[in-house]
Design a protein around this ligand. Structure first.
Ligand code: ADP
Ligand code: MG
Length: 347
C-alpha cells in the first residue's frame, strides 16, 4: 500500500491566475480520501498532477516518501478514472478491461483470469462479450472501474465517478467502491462536488475552495467543527448569529446562551447551531420561545423557521411534527451542539 503526500503544490495555467495555491495533503496507506469542492475549485487539477498529466509550478508529490515528479506517468502506478467514463466503444467489455494488461504483455490465460476477477469485483461477472453501448451508465462506470482495478494500481484516482448516475445507482456504486477499497486496501482519492457522496464514502474529506485547502478531517468534523461559516454553509449550516463570548456564556440577539465550546477565546464570535440540532420543547438550559414563521414538508424531514426577537432560527423536525404559522414554539439549544466560529468581517 502506498501513501500519497502533496507538499505545497501550486499550479498556474497559462492565464497566470493560480488554480492551486499551496495545497498540502497526506493520504495514508489504504485510505479513501475524498477531495470535495465546488466546480472549478481545482479538484481535477490535483488528480492530473498526481497522475503526471501536468507538472506543478511549485511543490512536490511523494508516494511513500519518494518524490515522483520526475517519474513518467505510466511508471507512477497511479491510475485515473475520468469523469466521462471513456471506454473504447469498438471493443467489448472484456477487451476494455484487458487493455492495460495487454499493454503490459501478459499471457492470454493470466489476462482472462484477471479480467474475470475484476469484473466479478464490480458485480459484472460474465459481461466480457457485451459492448459498451449495450450497458447502462452505471454498468459502464463499473467497467471503467474494473479496467482501472485490474492493473492493481498503487493509487486509484476517481474523478466524479458517480456524477452521471441517478440516485439509486449512485448509492449502489458508492457501496461497491467502498467495499473494493476496503478489500483490496488500495489508496484512493475520490473527487466529487457532492457533499452526500463525500460523506458516504470517505475515510477523510479534504475540502477545497478556490484552489486552497480549507479543512481536512473525518466527515463528521465538517458538521460539528466547521472552521468557518463558508464551510458550515457548504455542509448545510444555516443558523448564524453574532455574539460576544464571556466564559461559558455568549450574549446574542436571542439572549444569553450557555455554551460548551471552550476552544475559542472570549470576545466577538459567530454562533452557529445546525438545524437538526435545535430541539423542540423545554430542557434544562437555553430554552427559547419562538413564533413559527415558516413550515415546509420535505418528505424525509420538515423544515421550520421560528422567529425569536428579530432573528429566525431554522430547525429540522420529523415529517410527523406539524406546525402552523403564528403558532408558539418552545425551543431548546443543547449547549454541546452550539459551535463558535471566528467572527468574519462583513458579517
Ligand atoms: P474542478 O475539477 O474542481 O471543477 P479544475 O481543476 O478542473 O476544477 O479547474 C480549476 C480551475 O482551473 C478552473 O477555473 C478551470 O477553468 C481552470 N482550468 C482547468 N484546466 C485548465 C487548462 N487546461 N487551462 C486553463 N485553465 C484551466
Ligand atoms: Mg473536475
Amino acid at each position: 500500500m502506498t501513501s500519497v503526500s502533496l507538499q505545497n503544490l501550486s499550479v498556474t495555467y497559462a492565464s497566470s491566475i493560480p488554480v492551486l495555491q499551496d495545497v498540502s495533503l497526506t493520504v495514508g496507506q489504504g485510505e479513501l480520501m475524498v477531495l470535495l469542492g465546488p466546480s472549478g475549485s481545482g479538484k481535477t487539477t490535483i488528480l492530473r498532477a498526481i497522475a503526471g498529466l501536468l507538472q506543478p509550478n511549485e511543490g512536490d508529490i511523494h508516494f511513500d516518501q519518494r518524490s515522483i515528479l520526475n517519474v513518467p506517468p505510466e511508471r507512477r502506478g497511479a491510475v485515473m478514472v475520468f469523469q466521462e467514463h471513456a471506454l473504447f466503444p469498438f471493443m467489448d467489455v472484456g477487451a476494455n478491461v484487458a487493455f492495460g494488461l495487454k499493454m503490459r504483455r501478459m499471457d492470454a490465460g493470466t489476462i482472462r483470469a484477471k479480467v474475470a476477477q475484476a469484473l466479478a469485483a464490480v458485480q459484472l461477472a460474465g459481461y466480457e462479450s457485451r459492448r459498451p453501448d449495450e450497458l447502462s451508465g452505471g454498468q459502464r462506470q463499473r467497467v471503467a472501474l474494473a479496467r482501472a482495478l485490474v492493473i492493481e494500481p498503487r493509487v486509484l484516482l476517481l474523478d466524479e465517478p458517480l456524477s452521471s448516475l441517478e440516485p439509486a445507482l449512485r448509492e449502489d456504486l458508492r457501496a461497491t467502491i467502498r467495499t473494493l477499497q476496503q478489500q483490496a486496501g488500495i489508496t484512493m482519492i475520490f473527487v466529487t462536488h457532492d457533499q452526500t457522496d463525500a460523506v458516504a464514502v470517505a475515510d477523510r474529506i479534504c475540502l477545497l475552495m478556490h484552489g486552497a485547502v480549507r479543512q481536512t478531517g473525518a466527515p463528521r468534523s465538517f458538521f460539528e467543527r466547521p472552521v468557518d461559516s463558508e464551510v458550515a454553509r457548504f455542509f448545510g449550516g444555516i443558523n448564524f448569529l453574532p455574539g460576544i463570548k464571556r466564559g461559558r456564556i455568549v450574549e446574542t440577539d436571542l439572549g444569553p446562551l450557555e455554551v460548551d465550546d471552550s476552544e475559542r477565546p472570549d470576545g466577538d464570535v459567530l454562533v452557529t447551531i445546525r438545524p437538526e440540532a435545535v430541539e423542540v420543547g423545554k430542557n434544562g438550559h437555553n430554552n427559547l420561545v419562538g413564533m413559527v414563521e415558516s413550515y415546509s414538508f420535505q418528505g424525509l424531514v420538515a423544515r421550520c423557521g421560528a422567529g425569536i426577537s428579530d432573528t429566525q432560527l431554522q430547525l429540522t423536525v420529523t415529517p410527523y411534527q406539524r406546525f402552523s404559522r403564528g403558532e408558539e414554539i418552545l425551543l431548546h439549544l443543547p449547549r454541546e451542539r452550539i459551535h463558535l466560529l471566528p467572527i468574519e468581517t462583513g458579517q
